[in-house]
Design a protein around this ligand. Structure first.
Ligand code: HEC
Ligand code: HEC
Ligand code: HEC
Ligand code: HEC
Ligand code: HEC
Ligand code: HEC
Ligand code: HEC
Length: 275
């Protein structure tokens, strides 16, 4: 049921950061784009289709689902609008499909409304570009069904990206629901964590192991600069990092291999995060 074959409605959407308002071209209407000076990125959106039903807008859902609609105004997807016919608030129906039959029947269940449940397919309908990220060598197990988009993105409340992608505290909270160990507390904290998990990790998937943004020491050198220190006694360049000569160390591998800074998230025992 959750994988009901959906939609034919294909429209286009462009984002307007200023207006935070998105138009969806419905039916045979031409694709609608909002010109935006912030970005020219475009997105094809495909709300689910339900045979015989039409879009009624989020307002009608409030009659019975006030627990969801009460705080929906703050949700990212509350801004979705259906082009034409007075710009209906697509809102709820962008994921649940057109609700006229469901509303008329007073909430009759079978086939009258789409319940995505824990399926990510509802999200891929529009966010088609995200699918690839979850097929990368290292990725959160969404394709296997062990996780789903709503583990990290609330569809009903607040910014879909917790913290709106800016508040670091909020962003780390997303990860700490499941990975509390990495936040410590540690006797020797690594200040990098305060900059957010996403300083070093991709959130969906990566070509590098452990969802890392880089598999080399560049990951660390974005903050710990190599200090110019001339040449050593043997004539080779001296590589100073953090006030220590690292010339002989870098050939051993990345910064976080065993014996070096293995405890990248923080350490209970070593100020230089060795273990
Ligand atoms: C007249 C009351 C009423 C209105 C209006 C209404 N619903 Fe429902 N809805 C129900 C009832 C009753 C149920 C089933 C009870 C339950 O399990 O929550 C339900 C169930 C659902 C479900 C779960 C379906 C499933 O198969 O598990 C979704 C999703 C849903 N409604 C979305 C909406 C949306 C979106 C709107 C607005 C377009 C809407 N509802 C309008 C009464 C209503
Ligand atoms: C961005 C997509 C999205 C939007 C927009 C959205 N929902 Fe949902 N909704 C979901 C998903 C996904 C689930 C299943 C959540 C889960 O099980 O983890 C869900 C679950 C539900 C359920 C519960 C069904 C159940 O299994 O008990 C109801 C009722 C519901 N939504 C109503 C609404 C209403 C009303 C609105 C608008 C105010 C709305 N939704 C907007 C994605 C959305
Ligand atoms: C009907 C199409 C549609 C569906 C279905 C849909 N989205 Fe969206 N979503 C959009 C649009 C349009 C935007 C705003 C454009 C943008 O900022 O990228 C958006 C924005 C977002 C954002 C915020 C992006 C940002 O940069 O702030 C996230 C996260 C997101 N959606 C996740 C989801 C998840 C998770 C689901 C499934 C539960 C889902 N979406 C279902 C169309 C959709
Ligand atoms: C493990 C948690 C997690 C899961 C699972 C997850 N996301 Fe995200 N997603 C995030 C975080 C955190 C961000 C913000 C990234 C940033 O700020 O760098 C984000 C950003 C986004 C964005 C906006 C940024 C962009 O790259 O355009 C979209 C859209 C999005 N996610 C969609 C999805 C969809 C669709 C799914 C399910 C198929 C999903 N996400 C699953 C954590 C997750
Ligand atoms: C809902 C739970 C959940 C959330 C939230 C979550 N993760 Fe995960 N994470 C997992 C699961 C499950 C795995 C797969 C573990 C495995 O394969 O053994 C994983 C794997 C990882 C891995 C790779 C570890 C390994 O052993 O391969 C990293 C790194 C990671 N997550 C970072 C993050 C970051 C960063 C965030 C926040 C954007 C986040 N996670 C949010 C559940 C979660
Ligand atoms: C300074 C960069 C950096 C930051 C910031 C960072 N990580 Fe990591 N993380 C790494 C590296 C490097 C590894 C790989 C360690 C290895 O291979 O042994 C890793 C591995 C992981 C793993 C796999 C298990 C483990 O501990 O080795 C998880 C889960 C994880 N990180 C989650 C997080 C979370 C959650 C945050 C935010 C609280 C975070 N990371 C912040 C660099 C970072
Ligand atoms: C977002 C910036 C940032 C990133 C990325 C980062 N660090 Fe740090 N790191 C810091 C800050 C800030 C400190 C504390 C001040 C200092 O000692 O330079 C610190 C301290 C350290 C220390 C302790 C130095 C001491 O002896 O007091 C080590 C070791 C360290 N980082 C290793 C790493 C490694 C390994 C990586 C890559 C996996 C990394 N850092 C990535 C910001 C960062």
């Amino acid at each position: 049921m959750t994988h009901r074959k959906l939609n034919e409605i294909a429209g286009g959407v462009a984002r307007s950061r200023k207006a935070r308002r998105f138009l969806i071209g419905g039916g045979f209407a031409a694709a609608v784009f909002i010109a935006s000076c912030a970005s020219t990125e475009r997105m094809v959106v495909l709300p689910p289709k339900i045979a015989g039903a039409s879009f009624v807008g989020s307002g009608d859902c409030a009659m019975c689902h006030w627990d969801v609609t009460d705080h929906f105004d703050s949700a990212t997807h509350a801004n979705l609008k259906l082009a034409g016919a007075g710009d209906i608030d697509l809102g709820c129906e962008s994921c649940h499909g057109p609700g006229s039959l469901h509303v008329e029947s007073g909430g009759e269940m079978a086939m009258s409304i789409h319940n995505p449940g824990r399926s990510s397919e509802a999200c891929f309908q529009c966010h088609t570009d995200m699918r690839g990220q979850f097929h990368l060598a290292s990725s959160h197990p969404v394709m296997s069904g062990h996780m789903t988009c709503t583990d990290c993105h609330d569809p009903h409340k607040g910014p879909a990206v917790i913290g709106g992608g800016t508040a670091l505290h909020g962003a780390n909270d997303t990860c700490l629901q499941c990975h509390s160990e990495q936040a410590g507390p540690y006797a020797f904290e690594h200040e990098a964590i305060r900059d957010g998990c996403t300083t070093c990790h991709e959130v969906h998937g990566s070509v590098n192991p452990m969802l890392l943004k880089s598999r080399t020491s560049n990951l660390c050198l974005q903050c710990h600069m190599v200090e110019p220190a001339g040449t050593g006694p043997g004539g080779g360049a001296v590589i100073m990092i953090g006030g220590r000569d690292h010339s002989a160390f870098l050939s051993r591998g990345t910064c976080w291999v065993a014996g070096c800074h293995e405890a990248v998230h923080g350490s209970h025992a070593s100020s230089s995060l060795r273990f």
